[in-house]
Design a protein. Structure first.
Length: 490
């Protein structure tokens, strides 16, 4: 593999100080595909010190935003140049199909291009101050040293949402990818070195959440922690970030409702309900795993879903006809199995799937069949908790009000969908759904120009769009008195 299997700290490629390594496993066949350093708190502290020095003493945050933007755009161009290699690494590491990984790489290049362009467009503003002979201006400055922690499901996509805006805004950073999927993130650090990002500005530490992640979120020299991952980890990070009152950006999970009205375009709604869940075997934070279907079409809709699901082709992400790859790990497979068992015990009706496939070719991989539960109610674990696997729950509704009430009955608020040909009904539902993104007659679409993030326990803050850049800035008001005089109050 043509990849530096090392960490990147202060402009140098280094092993873990402890000398420890971690094997990276292909989830399709459990083969070891790489041996990478297993960093710990010491490596994290070295990287934080480098990022601190680069921010406090270096030129990066003073470099004109247009120059920083050009470098960020160039990273996007190199991602396009190396798209095939990056897609290969992503599929090898996550099991997703090459077609999905190629799509991810196009999106990722687009994220770097978007923030490269935006870097010098947010210059601040002059305020018409209610004070004679004065100048009052508001400027946006980088936050400082950013700790960035990413998950395994979209390793490089989630990294790009953090790296591109942080750099465009003039911050320095330490990134920790998921310990099980670090390969494409390592590659992008190679590309950032190639475009000439100065030493110390971007640092990469590999290792577990309990060591490297905890150090980043608790260290006093880190000014902002941006985390994408599960709710339980997000809560821990919030606590450890309180030590020095860090800026906090959390992108957490979702159990996302998809409301299907009887007047929807039936074929398209069925097709997109499947796309909305089964991409990457359901391991998507915004997967529409909670179908809320109009009673009038419920039985036909479920029947159509089941007929399609039965024919899904599971297999290697490198085979042309594979539609769904494996789950990420043995541990995650066991969690999905337990999740489905809980659904059965709680009385949901299992209509398809609910087990591992029997195909002998799939026995080495962490495969799970696409699964559908009907007769679901809001009190069930499978309706309330995120399964993060290829599992749909179906609930019935009788009125528009009931559909929206069900959709909002959740601790999550990441995303949701509504399918209907009635424009006014669609807009009414979208307005009442308590989620960061609502799709009308679509599902799971996102692009760099529009913000992404969750209401309720799905997170704090937004990535992508202008808010995704603002997250990496502090707002400063500078007031200049042009005619200072004594006040004589005291
Ligand atoms: P996770 O929370 O287990 O791990 C995420 C990252 O946090 C990993 O890098 C991990 O090493 C690190 N980590 C673990 N414990 C830590 C600790 N104590 N301190 C600091 N860091 C720690 O999540 P995961 O299983 O990798 O990813 C799946 C989750 O991510 C799902 O819940 C999914 O919904 C969520 N997700 C959300 C979005 C979004 O945009 N909202 C996007 C992708 C994934």
């Amino acid at each position: 593999m043509n990849l530096k299997q090392q960490q990147y700290i202060n402009g140098e490629w280094v092993d873990a100080q402890s000398g420890k390594k971690r094997s990276i496993i292909n989830p399709y066949n459990q083969e070891v595909i790489a041996e990478v350093p297993e960093g710990d708190e010491k490596d994290a502290r070295a990287a934080i010190a480098a990022a601190r020095e680069a921010f406090d003493e270096g030129d990066w945050s003073w470099t004109p935003a247009s120059e920083r933007g050009e470098l960020v755009t160039k990273i996007g161009h190199l991602i396009e140049r190396d798209q095939e290699e990056l897609a290969y690494l992503e599929s090898l590491d996550t099991g997703k199909t090459m077609e999905e990984s190629r799509g991810d790489m196009e999106d990722i290049a687009g994220v770097f291009r978007y923030y490269g362009e935006l870097a010098d467009k947010e210059g601040g503003e002059l305020i018409d101050a209610p004070v004679k002979d004065s100048v009052s201006k508001v400027v946006r400055e980088p936050v400082g040293v950013c700790g960035q922690i990413t998950p395994w499901n979209y390793p490089l996509l989630q990294a790009s949402w953090k790296l591109a805006p942080a750099l465009a805004a003039g911050n320095t950073l330490v990134m920790k990818p998921s310990e099980i999927t670090p390969l494409t993130t390592i590659k992008v650090f190679e590309l950032m070195e190639e475009v000439g990002i100065p030493a110390g500005v971007v640092n990469l530490v590999l290792g577990s959440g309990a060591t490297v992640g905890a150090e980043l979120s608790s260290h006093d020299d880190v000014d902002l922690i941006s985390f994408t991952g599960g709710i339980a980890t997000g809560k821990k990070i919030m606590q450890s970030a309180s030590g020095n009152v860090k800026n906090l950006a959390l992108e957490l999970g979702g159990k996302n409702p998809n409301i299907i009205f009887a007047d929807a375009d039936f074929e398209t709604a069925v097709d997109q309900a499947l796309n909305g869940v089964f991409f990457h075997a359901g391991q998507i934070c915004s997967a529409g795993t909670r179908l809320i279907v109009d009673e009038a079409i419920h039985d036909d809709f479920v029947h159509a879903l089941v007929e399609r699901v039965k024919n899904f082709k599971l297999g290697s992400g490198f085979e042309q006809d594979t539609q769904m790859g494996p789950l990420i790990s043995a541990e995650h497979l066991a969690k999905v199995e337990a999740y489905v068992e809980a659904g059965v015990k709680e009385g949901a009706s299992l209509v398809v799937g609910g087990r591992r496939p029997e195909d002998p070719e799939l026995q080495q991989g962490f495969f799970y069949l696409p699964t559908i539960f009907t007769n679901c109610t809001t009190d069930m674990t499978v309706v309330q908790e995120e399964g993060f696997g290829p599992v749909i729950t179906v609930e019935k509704f009788r009125s528009e009000k009931e559909a929206v009430t069900l959709a909002n009955d959740s601790i999550y608020g990441l995303a949701g969908g509504v399918w209907t040909m009635d424009i006014a009904k669609a807009e009414r539902c979208a307005a009442r759904m308590r989620m960061g993104t609502v799709w009308i007659n679509d599902f799971n679409l996102y692009f760099p120009h529009a913000p992404w993030g969750g209401f309720k326990q799905s997170g704090i803050g937004r990535e992508l769009g202008r808010p995704g850049l603002e997250e990496y800035t502090e707002t400063k008001h500078i007031f200049h008195n042009l005619k200072p005089e004594p006040i004589h109050w005291f």
